[in-house]
Design a protein around this ligand. Sequence first.
Ligand code: SAM
Length: 216
Amino acid sequence: MTGYVGAHHEFHDAVFVQGWADRFAPTPPRIALFDMILARVDRLGGPDLHVLELGLGPGYMARHVLQRNATVSYEGLDFSDVFFEVAKRTIGPFMPRVVLTKADLLDQNWPRRLSRRPGAILSTWALHDLGSQEAVAAVYARCHEILPIGGILVNGDFIKPAGTTWSYEPGRFEIERHLELLRQAGFAHPASLAEFETNLQSPTAAQNYVCLSATR
Ligand SMILES: C[S@@+](CC[C@H](N)C(=O)[O-])C[C@H]1O[C@@H](n2cnc3c(N)ncnc32)[C@H](O)[C@@H]1O
């Protein structure tokens, strides 16, 4: 069996966004990804750790991290006001520790919009939506410029799994290529920590994602 894996989004349409957020509620494997990312944040520690999330979306990872780590401050970057409204409701009582930053990750000036320098940059299910390997590579390069030495980038995103016979949209590409792009951006120890919801035979657009990490 073969076919095409990709998704079409209306990130600025309130009805679409709420429907997407409802459909993409955290499930056990998605929560396992959040826990893996949280463990990297906790390990980094520090009394004044500022965490930046690229593509805040409905705020599911933000809520997960803020609920379990009582000290980090959090900056959620997104280009969608509609998603910001959903995220505010998801994050609820933790909003006083959150800064919302509106920026387009395809505009290379996005780092200038940040409120302060992050020690950890996180992302889940967002960078593939930039639509190309070049755009993801540019984000990796900007992250390397922003982070201090010892800072971490953890990207949980959809990929094209090894051994597939299916075609994938250009933003979903092989793990090895991600690791190469992280290395080219200057990161040390790029690694794929785990694969989630692997499905080679009949994949949906919500399956086949990995947790990638790298250190500045
Ligand atoms: C799947 S959602 C992220 C889910 C989120 N990480 C969570 O755990 O709830 C992807 C987000 O990326 C944002 N996004 C997509 N393209 C973007 C771009 N070019 N610049 C900024 N944000 C973008 C979308 O608006 C959307 O909110």
